[in-house]
Design a protein around this ligand. Structure first.
Ligand SMILES: *Cc1c(COP(=O)(O)O)cnc(C)c1O
Length: 384
């Protein structure tokens, strides 16, 4: 072994079909991508409502930059907290119906601040095995004891809570990012009440998509409790960038005071907050977009009834096809690309070994014709 053996390490990745390649896009985020001159119908992003390139959002970003400049210049607690950031936090709290919201520059950063603010040495974090990588990393950073339960296994959560020491926090994705299923939140909340635990819900894929007017998975599940800490991300359905943590006002104040990835980083450009305020209005008025998304989901299910690979059960915009091996999912991805359709092959460690999948994600910006082209390409690939 040498310090510079990266060639060998990369070779090992390649042998396991785990090398990632980036595609360079020559068009804005949208349902039709241009890659190396090839036009592709893209089912690859998380822009579920089609807001990433919405003219009103883009214009708000432009105007925000004219009014507020390019950068915030410092962290929020020093001198970087500007009026648009403040207005956005108030709008996010009002929209979600939670007492207070704190804005972060990314969801990854929000999670890295949150879990160590809630639990430390001697405490216990109880986490779903399929949680997003940012929650896994945040849990490690907290230095709390981390117990991971089999996906959605309420009985396991109950056992872990019963034997947990210190402060107890249950942590779950709201909508699982690579599966599309929804966490059993009311059962988790009941257990948290029984055991005086907090419940952290990362709703990166439910915010804007689920619930009344897109308020997210808590609204979808009819849940409200001061024990719930809600994370919404703003680079997916909201179409811009950033994230927020919302909940009990004292808890959010504690997070602001102590969250290290909140304090020790420069605030996001205020123009992003200007764009997000407009995006939030479009989400709230977006029942039509959410209805289109639901219709696309139905069209996909109907179109793929006899396909060789099963669609995983999902009531959200994330519609993965379970394929199996890394090599097979890469081959399927390539067959689709040859037919002008792009859906990403998702492999370990993003998903457990042996469960490689094609992650189809739908957007209100897709048309029925886009969906039909996807179904046709998949059926043809299934016959190859
Ligand atoms: C995408 C995602 C994040 C990270 O959010 P970013 O704003 O992209 O950093 C966090 N949690 C979940 C569940 C996600 O899917």
């Amino acid at each position: 072994m040498s310090a510079l053996d990266f060639r060998a390490r990369l070779g090992a990745l390649a042998r396991d079909d785990l090398t990632r390649t980036r595609l360079t896009l020559d068009a804005p985020c949208g349902p039709e991508a241009v890659v190396d001159g090839q036009h592709l119908i893209a089912f690859a992003g998380n822009d579920y409502l089609g807001l990433a390139n919405h003219p009103e959002v883009v214009e708000a970003l432009r105007e925000g930059a004219s009014r507020w400049g390019a950068g915030a210049g410092a962290s929020h607690l020093v001198s970087g907290h500007q009026r648009p950031h403040e207005e956005l936090e108030q709008a996010l709290a009002a929209f979600t119906g939670l007492a207070r919201a704190l804005f972060f520059s990314t969801g990854y950063m929000a999670n890295l601040a949150l879990l160590p603010a809630l639990a430390g040495r001697g405490d216990t974090l109880i986490a779903d095995r399929l949680n997003h990588a940012s929650l896994v990393d945040a849990a490690l950073l907290s230095r709390a004891t981390v117990r991971r339960y089999p996906h959605g296994d309420i009985a396991a959560v109950a056992r872990m809570l019963a034997s947990a020491v210190g402060r107890k926090v249950v942590v779950t994705d709201g909508v699982f990012s690579m599966d599309g299923d929804i966490a059993p939140l009311s059962d988790l909340l009941a257990l948290c009440e029984q055991h005086d635990a907090l419940l952290v819900v990362d709703d990166a894929h439910g915010f804007g998509v689920l619930g009344e007017r897109g308020r997210g998975v808590l609204s979808h599940s009819g849940l409200a409790s001061p024990r719930i800490i809600y994370i919404g991300t703003l680079g997916k359905a909201a179409g811009v960038a950033g994230a927020f943590v919302a909940g009990h006002a004292d808890l959010i104040e504690w997070l602001m005071q102590t969250g290290r990835s909140y304090r020790y980083t420069t605030a996001a450009p205020p123009a992003l907050a200007c764009a997000l305020l407009v995006s939030l209005g479009l989400i709230e008025a977006g029942d039509g977009r959410r209805a289109t998304l639901a219709a696309h989901r139905e069209r996909l299910k109907q179109g793929l009834t006899d396909l060789r690979w099963p669609l995983m059960p999902s009531h959200t915009a994330i519609q993965p096809l379970q394929v199996g091996t890394n090599a097979d999912v890469l081959a399927l991805g390539a067959q689709l690309r040859a037919r002008g359709v792009w859906a990403p092959a998702i492999r370990p460690p993003t998903v457990p070994a042996g469960t490689a999948r094609l992650r189809i994600s739908l957007s209100a910006a897709h048309t029925g014709e886009h969906l039909d082209a996807l179904c046709r390409a998949l059926i043809e690939a299934g016959h190859d």
